[in-house]
Design a binder for this molecule. Structure first.
Ligand code: PGA
Length: 251
């Protein structure tokens, strides 16, 4: 292995998710104990599902409160209202927020229905809200088959900020089953930029399954390049990959 980033390989996604959830719970408690809210950057997709299940379990067991947690999601599809079942707002409600004690005003997700005239201001306000919250303490990431983090598709500059992005054809293809066909998958999204993500104090990238093994290897051991936005994590001071044995099989 030649990668420069810490990599933790677990027998399966449940074991990985359980470990990370306990670490995040400890981080939240320690930040709350220091007298301020903890700021979490959250992700959507299939990958974080077992992690959100573990956070929910910790909450049910009385080991984790979201009462002083502020969240910022990475991205949202453009053109989808928050009540669309495939919107990331609906996803977060269903998979996490609906099961824990987070105050609704602490939740931030880009608005998929923002019009073209307001888009730039909306993105700038999102960046400003992250700054006003004190920056992101912990950022959760998945990785797309294009190497994207958030929706930072190939060509997204390292310095990019929250903005409108065009989805890569591979990303749209991967989303097609959930939308009931490629023609229903939005073409654009709002996404935090690589620069936004890289400012998080701690980052965990999760990947499961053999379909991710190749891109995980590229991100970890390939050149740092805007063609694989996850490769920018190689230069982050506190980023870790949490993999199951299949996603780590090519390392
Ligand atoms: P997935 O997507 O979790 O549904 O595999 C990951 C991503 O695109 O970042």
């Amino acid at each position: 292995m030649t990668e420069s980033l810490p990599v933790r390989i677990f027998p399966d996604r449940t074991a990985a998710s359980r470990t990370l959830a306990e670490e995040v719970a400890a981080l939240v408690r320690s930040i709350n104990d220091s007298g301020r809210p903890a700021v979490l950057g959250l992700a959507t997709g299939r990958t974080p599902l077992p992690f959100y299940a573990e956070l929910t379990r910790l909450h049910r067991e009385g080991k984790l409160s979201f009462a002083r947690v502020v969240t910022f999601n990475l991205d949202e599809y453009l053109g989808l209202p928050g009540n669309h079942p495939e919107s990331y707002r609906a996803f977060m409600q269903k998979e996490l927020f609906g099961h824990v004690d987070i105050p609704v005003e602490n939740i931030h997700i880009p608005d998929g229905m923002v019009g073209p005239a307001e888009l730039e201001a909306h993105c700038a306000a999102y960046e400003e809200a992250i700054r006003a919250a004190g920056g992101i303490d912990f950022q959760l990431l998945g990785i797309g088959r294009t190497g994207h983090i958030g929706f930072n598709e190939p060509g997204s500059p390292r310095e990019s900020r929250t903005r409108r992005v065009e989805l890569d054809p591979i990303t749209r293809q991967d989303a097609a089953p959930a939308f009931g066909g490629l023609e229903h998958v939005p073409e654009y999204a709002i996404s935090m930029g690589c620069g936004t993500i890289l400012e998080a104090r701690r980052i965990a990238l999760l990947a499961w399954g053999s379909a991710k093994a190749g891109i995980v290897r590229e991100a970890l051991t390939g050149p740092v390049t805007d063609q694989v936005s996850a490769s920018f994590l190689q230069d982050h001071a506190d980023a870790t990959f949490y993999l199951d044995s299949e996603a780590g099989a090519e390392l």
